[in-house]
Design a protein around this ligand. Structure first.
Ligand code: LMR
Length: 331
Protein backbone atom coordinates (compact mmCIF):
# COMPACT_ATOMS: atom_id res chain seq x y z
CA UNK A 1 0.00 0.00 0.00
CA UNK A 2 1.30 3.48 -0.86
CA UNK A 3 2.20 5.90 1.94
CA UNK A 4 -0.69 8.35 1.23
CA UNK A 5 -3.14 5.44 1.24
CA UNK A 6 -1.81 4.16 4.57
CA UNK A 7 -2.14 7.68 6.00
CA UNK A 8 -5.72 7.99 4.70
CA UNK A 9 -6.61 4.60 6.17
CA UNK A 10 -5.04 5.57 9.49
CA UNK A 11 -7.02 8.85 9.56
CA UNK A 12 -10.27 7.04 8.75
CA UNK A 13 -9.64 4.49 11.52
CA UNK A 14 -8.81 7.20 14.07
CA UNK A 15 -12.02 9.06 13.22
CA UNK A 16 -13.98 5.83 13.51
CA UNK A 17 -12.49 5.06 16.92
CA UNK A 18 -12.99 8.64 18.11
CA UNK A 19 -16.66 8.46 17.08
CA UNK A 20 -17.00 5.08 18.78
CA UNK A 21 -15.44 6.38 21.98
CA UNK A 22 -17.76 9.40 21.90
CA UNK A 23 -20.84 7.23 21.41
CA UNK A 24 -19.73 5.26 24.48
CA UNK A 25 -19.02 8.31 26.67
CA UNK A 26 -21.52 8.44 29.52
CA UNK A 27 -23.74 11.49 29.92
CA UNK A 28 -22.40 13.50 32.87
CA UNK A 29 -24.84 15.16 35.27
CA UNK A 30 -23.18 17.70 37.53
CA UNK A 31 -25.32 18.32 40.63
CA UNK A 32 -24.18 21.37 42.56
CA UNK A 33 -25.56 22.48 45.91
CA UNK A 34 -24.75 24.71 48.86
CA UNK A 35 -25.31 22.57 51.96
CA UNK A 36 -23.67 19.70 53.82
CA UNK A 37 -24.00 16.06 52.74
CA UNK A 38 -25.71 15.15 56.02
CA UNK A 39 -28.76 17.35 55.27
CA UNK A 40 -31.90 16.24 53.38
CA UNK A 41 -30.66 17.89 50.17
CA UNK A 42 -27.16 16.48 50.58
CA UNK A 43 -28.54 12.99 51.16
CA UNK A 44 -30.94 13.33 48.23
CA UNK A 45 -28.14 14.26 45.84
CA UNK A 46 -26.09 11.25 46.95
CA UNK A 47 -29.05 8.87 46.64
CA UNK A 48 -29.76 10.23 43.14
CA UNK A 49 -26.14 9.52 42.17
CA UNK A 50 -26.30 6.00 43.62
CA UNK A 51 -29.53 5.02 41.88
CA UNK A 52 -28.55 6.54 38.54
CA UNK A 53 -25.21 4.76 38.49
CA UNK A 54 -26.84 1.46 39.52
CA UNK A 55 -29.60 1.62 36.92
CA UNK A 56 -27.87 3.39 34.06
CA UNK A 57 -24.33 2.02 34.38
CA UNK A 58 -21.96 3.36 31.76
CA UNK A 59 -24.73 5.52 30.33
CA UNK A 60 -25.00 8.29 32.92
CA UNK A 61 -22.63 9.37 35.67
CA UNK A 62 -23.45 11.89 38.37
CA UNK A 63 -20.95 14.24 39.99
CA UNK A 64 -22.18 15.80 43.24
CA UNK A 65 -20.60 19.05 44.46
CA UNK A 66 -21.85 19.86 48.02
CA UNK A 67 -21.30 22.87 50.28
CA UNK A 68 -20.87 25.52 47.52
CA UNK A 69 -17.69 23.66 46.44
CA UNK A 70 -18.39 24.22 42.74
CA UNK A 71 -20.81 27.16 42.72
CA UNK A 72 -22.27 29.21 45.57
CA UNK A 73 -25.93 30.11 45.39
CA UNK A 74 -25.14 33.41 43.73
CA UNK A 75 -23.75 31.56 40.71
CA UNK A 76 -25.45 28.17 40.48
CA UNK A 77 -28.50 29.45 38.55
CA UNK A 78 -26.29 31.07 35.95
CA UNK A 79 -24.23 27.86 35.71
CA UNK A 80 -27.41 25.82 35.18
CA UNK A 81 -28.65 28.08 32.39
CA UNK A 82 -25.23 28.02 30.71
CA UNK A 83 -25.15 24.22 30.91
CA UNK A 84 -22.12 24.17 33.22
CA UNK A 85 -24.17 22.13 35.70
CA UNK A 86 -27.25 20.10 34.89
CA UNK A 87 -29.08 19.81 38.22
CA UNK A 88 -29.44 22.08 41.24
CA UNK A 89 -31.94 22.27 44.10
CA UNK A 90 -32.15 25.88 45.28
CA UNK A 91 -34.56 27.27 47.83
CA UNK A 92 -37.55 28.66 45.83
CA UNK A 93 -36.60 32.17 46.84
CA UNK A 94 -33.53 31.95 44.62
CA UNK A 95 -35.89 31.55 41.63
CA UNK A 96 -37.77 34.75 42.37
CA UNK A 97 -36.58 36.42 39.16
CA UNK A 98 -38.02 33.59 37.03
CA UNK A 99 -41.40 33.39 38.70
CA UNK A 100 -42.72 35.73 41.34
CA UNK A 101 -45.25 33.11 42.38
CA UNK A 102 -42.60 30.92 44.00
CA UNK A 103 -42.22 33.66 46.60
CA UNK A 104 -45.22 32.02 48.24
CA UNK A 105 -42.75 29.81 50.14
CA UNK A 106 -41.06 32.90 51.61
CA UNK A 107 -44.12 34.15 53.45
CA UNK A 108 -43.29 33.87 57.14
CA UNK A 109 -45.85 32.04 59.30
CA UNK A 110 -47.82 30.89 56.23
CA UNK A 111 -47.63 27.15 56.91
CA UNK A 112 -48.25 25.73 60.38
CA UNK A 113 -45.93 22.78 59.79
CA UNK A 114 -44.19 20.54 57.24
CA UNK A 115 -47.40 18.56 56.61
CA UNK A 116 -49.26 21.69 55.53
CA UNK A 117 -46.40 22.69 53.21
CA UNK A 118 -46.38 19.17 51.75
CA UNK A 119 -50.13 19.27 51.11
CA UNK A 120 -49.71 22.56 49.26
CA UNK A 121 -46.69 21.35 47.27
CA UNK A 122 -48.67 18.29 46.14
CA UNK A 123 -51.81 20.26 45.26
CA UNK A 124 -52.55 21.18 41.61
CA UNK A 125 -51.58 24.81 42.29
CA UNK A 126 -48.35 23.73 43.96
CA UNK A 127 -47.47 21.33 41.13
CA UNK A 128 -48.20 24.01 38.52
CA UNK A 129 -45.45 26.19 39.99
CA UNK A 130 -42.90 23.51 39.08
CA UNK A 131 -43.64 23.83 35.37
CA UNK A 132 -43.99 27.60 35.38
CA UNK A 133 -40.37 28.31 34.40
CA UNK A 134 -40.00 26.09 31.36
CA UNK A 135 -40.13 29.04 28.94
CA UNK A 136 -37.10 30.43 30.81
CA UNK A 137 -35.12 27.24 30.22
CA UNK A 138 -35.74 25.81 33.70
CA UNK A 139 -37.35 22.41 34.16
CA UNK A 140 -38.88 21.93 37.62
CA UNK A 141 -38.67 18.25 38.51
CA UNK A 142 -39.75 17.97 42.15
CA UNK A 143 -40.02 19.61 45.54
CA UNK A 144 -37.60 18.50 48.22
CA UNK A 145 -38.24 19.34 51.86
CA UNK A 146 -35.66 20.35 54.39
CA UNK A 147 -37.35 21.50 57.60
CA UNK A 148 -39.11 24.44 59.21
CA UNK A 149 -36.82 27.46 59.53
CA UNK A 150 -35.72 28.72 62.96
CA UNK A 151 -34.40 32.11 64.08
CA UNK A 152 -30.93 32.36 65.62
CA UNK A 153 -29.20 35.35 67.22
CA UNK A 154 -26.87 36.36 70.02
CA UNK A 155 -29.75 37.60 72.10
CA UNK A 156 -33.02 35.88 72.96
CA UNK A 157 -35.79 36.39 70.42
CA UNK A 158 -39.19 35.90 72.04
CA UNK A 159 -41.28 38.86 70.91
CA UNK A 160 -41.12 40.50 67.48
CA UNK A 161 -39.74 43.65 69.16
CA UNK A 162 -36.63 41.64 70.10
CA UNK A 163 -35.55 41.65 66.44
CA UNK A 164 -35.37 45.44 66.31
CA UNK A 165 -32.05 46.69 64.97
CA UNK A 166 -30.55 43.22 64.45
CA UNK A 167 -28.56 42.72 61.25
CA UNK A 168 -30.39 39.67 59.91
CA UNK A 169 -28.88 37.63 57.11
CA UNK A 170 -31.58 36.89 54.55
CA UNK A 171 -31.45 34.89 51.35
CA UNK A 172 -31.28 36.99 48.17
CA UNK A 173 -34.99 37.80 48.36
CA UNK A 174 -36.79 41.14 48.40
CA UNK A 175 -39.76 39.62 50.17
CA UNK A 176 -37.62 38.14 52.95
CA UNK A 177 -35.92 41.51 53.32
CA UNK A 178 -39.31 43.25 53.50
CA UNK A 179 -40.48 40.89 56.26
CA UNK A 180 -37.41 41.53 58.38
CA UNK A 181 -37.84 45.25 57.77
CA UNK A 182 -41.41 44.90 59.02
CA UNK A 183 -39.82 43.48 62.19
CA UNK A 184 -37.61 46.60 62.36
CA UNK A 185 -34.52 44.47 61.79
CA UNK A 186 -31.86 45.33 59.21
CA UNK A 187 -31.86 42.66 56.49
CA UNK A 188 -28.62 41.79 54.70
CA UNK A 189 -28.76 39.57 51.61
CA UNK A 190 -25.96 37.03 51.72
CA UNK A 191 -25.05 33.75 50.03
CA UNK A 192 -25.19 30.62 52.17
CA UNK A 193 -21.43 30.06 51.94
CA UNK A 194 -20.78 33.43 53.62
CA UNK A 195 -23.15 33.13 56.56
CA UNK A 196 -20.86 31.51 59.15
CA UNK A 197 -18.13 34.06 58.61
CA UNK A 198 -20.68 36.86 58.49
CA UNK A 199 -21.94 35.82 61.93
CA UNK A 200 -18.45 35.34 63.27
CA UNK A 201 -17.23 38.77 62.20
CA UNK A 202 -20.45 40.59 63.08
CA UNK A 203 -21.28 41.63 59.50
CA UNK A 204 -24.61 40.08 60.50
CA UNK A 205 -25.71 39.06 63.96
CA UNK A 206 -28.74 36.90 63.28
CA UNK A 207 -30.01 34.48 60.63
CA UNK A 208 -32.63 31.82 59.99
CA UNK A 209 -32.35 28.24 58.71
CA UNK A 210 -33.69 24.73 59.31
CA UNK A 211 -31.97 22.71 62.08
CA UNK A 212 -30.09 20.54 59.56
CA UNK A 213 -28.24 23.61 58.25
CA UNK A 214 -27.85 25.24 61.67
CA UNK A 215 -26.13 22.11 62.95
CA UNK A 216 -24.07 21.14 59.90
CA UNK A 217 -22.85 24.71 59.32
CA UNK A 218 -21.99 24.93 63.04
CA UNK A 219 -23.94 28.15 63.63
CA UNK A 220 -24.10 27.10 67.32
CA UNK A 221 -20.47 28.23 67.55
CA UNK A 222 -21.45 31.80 66.68
CA UNK A 223 -25.08 32.13 67.86
CA UNK A 224 -26.01 31.95 71.54
CA UNK A 225 -29.79 31.72 71.15
CA UNK A 226 -32.03 29.75 68.83
CA UNK A 227 -35.76 30.37 68.72
CA UNK A 228 -37.86 27.44 67.63
CA UNK A 229 -40.12 29.68 65.58
CA UNK A 230 -40.99 27.26 62.74
CA UNK A 231 -41.64 30.49 60.85
CA UNK A 232 -41.24 29.30 57.27
CA UNK A 233 -40.85 26.13 55.31
CA UNK A 234 -37.30 25.35 54.24
CA UNK A 235 -37.75 23.55 50.95
CA UNK A 236 -36.19 23.26 47.50
CA UNK A 237 -37.13 23.02 43.87
CA UNK A 238 -35.09 20.36 42.09
CA UNK A 239 -34.46 21.88 38.68
CA UNK A 240 -32.67 20.89 35.50
CA UNK A 241 -31.54 22.81 32.47
CA UNK A 242 -34.67 22.30 30.30
CA UNK A 243 -32.77 21.87 27.00
CA UNK A 244 -30.53 19.26 28.57
CA UNK A 245 -33.36 17.30 30.21
CA UNK A 246 -35.75 17.44 27.25
CA UNK A 247 -32.91 16.57 24.86
CA UNK A 248 -31.98 13.31 26.62
CA UNK A 249 -32.77 10.05 24.80
CA UNK A 250 -36.31 8.99 25.77
CA UNK A 251 -35.29 5.78 27.55
CA UNK A 252 -32.69 7.58 29.67
CA UNK A 253 -34.98 10.48 30.54
CA UNK A 254 -37.74 8.01 31.43
CA UNK A 255 -35.46 6.19 33.87
CA UNK A 256 -34.15 9.46 35.32
CA UNK A 257 -37.72 10.70 35.86
CA UNK A 258 -38.50 7.50 37.77
CA UNK A 259 -35.36 7.90 39.89
CA UNK A 260 -36.21 11.54 40.63
CA UNK A 261 -39.64 10.45 41.85
CA UNK A 262 -38.20 7.74 44.05
CA UNK A 263 -35.47 9.96 45.50
CA UNK A 264 -37.94 12.79 46.16
CA UNK A 265 -40.21 10.46 48.14
CA UNK A 266 -37.24 9.34 50.20
CA UNK A 267 -35.90 12.88 50.81
CA UNK A 268 -39.32 14.07 51.93
CA UNK A 269 -39.84 10.99 54.12
CA UNK A 270 -36.48 11.49 55.88
CA UNK A 271 -36.47 15.30 56.16
CA UNK A 272 -38.20 15.64 59.52
CA UNK A 273 -36.09 12.91 61.15
CA UNK A 274 -32.83 14.47 59.89
CA UNK A 275 -33.87 17.85 61.28
CA UNK A 276 -34.89 16.35 64.62
CA UNK A 277 -31.51 14.65 64.82
CA UNK A 278 -29.72 17.90 63.93
CA UNK A 279 -31.64 19.76 66.65
CA UNK A 280 -30.51 17.13 69.17
CA UNK A 281 -26.99 17.67 67.87
CA UNK A 282 -27.26 21.40 68.62
CA UNK A 283 -28.67 20.68 72.10
CA UNK A 284 -25.82 18.25 72.77
CA UNK A 285 -23.18 20.92 72.08
CA UNK A 286 -24.55 22.85 75.06
CA UNK A 287 -23.48 26.06 73.31
CA UNK A 288 -26.82 27.61 72.39
CA UNK A 289 -29.97 28.09 74.41
CA UNK A 290 -33.13 26.94 72.65
CA UNK A 291 -36.20 29.11 73.15
CA UNK A 292 -39.74 27.90 72.54
CA UNK A 293 -42.47 30.38 71.64
CA UNK A 294 -45.90 30.37 73.27
CA UNK A 295 -48.83 30.36 70.81
CA UNK A 296 -49.42 34.04 71.71
CA UNK A 297 -45.81 34.97 70.96
CA UNK A 298 -45.93 33.13 67.64
CA UNK A 299 -49.16 34.96 66.76
CA UNK A 300 -47.47 38.28 67.54
CA UNK A 301 -44.58 37.52 65.13
CA UNK A 302 -47.09 36.51 62.46
CA UNK A 303 -49.01 39.74 62.95
CA UNK A 304 -45.82 41.82 62.74
CA UNK A 305 -44.90 40.59 59.24
CA UNK A 306 -48.38 41.18 57.76
CA UNK A 307 -47.47 44.54 56.15
CA UNK A 308 -44.90 42.67 54.00
CA UNK A 309 -47.48 39.99 53.12
CA UNK A 310 -49.81 42.77 51.95
CA UNK A 311 -47.04 44.40 49.94
CA UNK A 312 -46.36 41.16 48.00
CA UNK A 313 -49.89 39.78 47.78
CA UNK A 314 -50.55 41.03 44.24
CA UNK A 315 -47.22 39.65 42.91
CA UNK A 316 -47.77 36.21 44.39
CA UNK A 317 -51.50 36.07 43.74
CA UNK A 318 -54.18 36.18 46.46
CA UNK A 319 -55.64 32.88 45.17
CA UNK A 320 -52.31 31.12 45.67
CA UNK A 321 -51.96 32.50 49.21
CA UNK A 322 -55.50 31.38 49.97
CA UNK A 323 -54.75 27.86 48.65
CA UNK A 324 -51.60 27.68 50.77
CA UNK A 325 -53.45 28.83 53.89
CA UNK A 326 -56.17 26.26 53.23
CA UNK A 327 -53.50 23.52 53.35
CA UNK A 328 -53.13 24.30 57.08
CA UNK A 329 -56.68 23.27 57.79
CA UNK A 330 -56.95 20.22 55.55
CA UNK A 331 -56.17 17.72 58.32
C1 LMR B 1 -30.14 29.37 52.90
O1 LMR B 1 -30.52 29.96 53.90
O2 LMR B 1 -29.56 29.96 51.97
C2 LMR B 1 -30.33 27.88 52.88
O3 LMR B 1 -31.49 27.53 53.54
C3 LMR B 1 -30.17 27.34 51.53
C4 LMR B 1 -30.23 25.85 51.40
O4 LMR B 1 -29.96 25.43 50.28
O5 LMR B 1 -30.60 25.14 52.35
Amino acid sequence: MSKPRIRALFCALSLLFAGFAQAQDPIVIKFSHVVAESTPKGQGALLFKKLVEERLPGKVTVEVYPNSSLYGDGKEMEALLLGDVQLIAPAPTKLEQYTKKLQIFDLMFLFDDMEAATRFQNSPKGRALLTSMEDKGIKGLAYWLNGMRQLTANQPLREPEDARGLKFRVQPSNLQAAQFQALNAVPRKMAMAEVYQGLQTGVVNAQDNPWSNIYSQKYFEVQKYMTESDHAIGNYVLIANANFWNGLPDDIRGELDKIVEEVSLEVNRQAQALNDKAKQGVVATGKSEIIELTPEQRAAWREAVQPAWKQYEAEIGPDLIEAALAANKAH
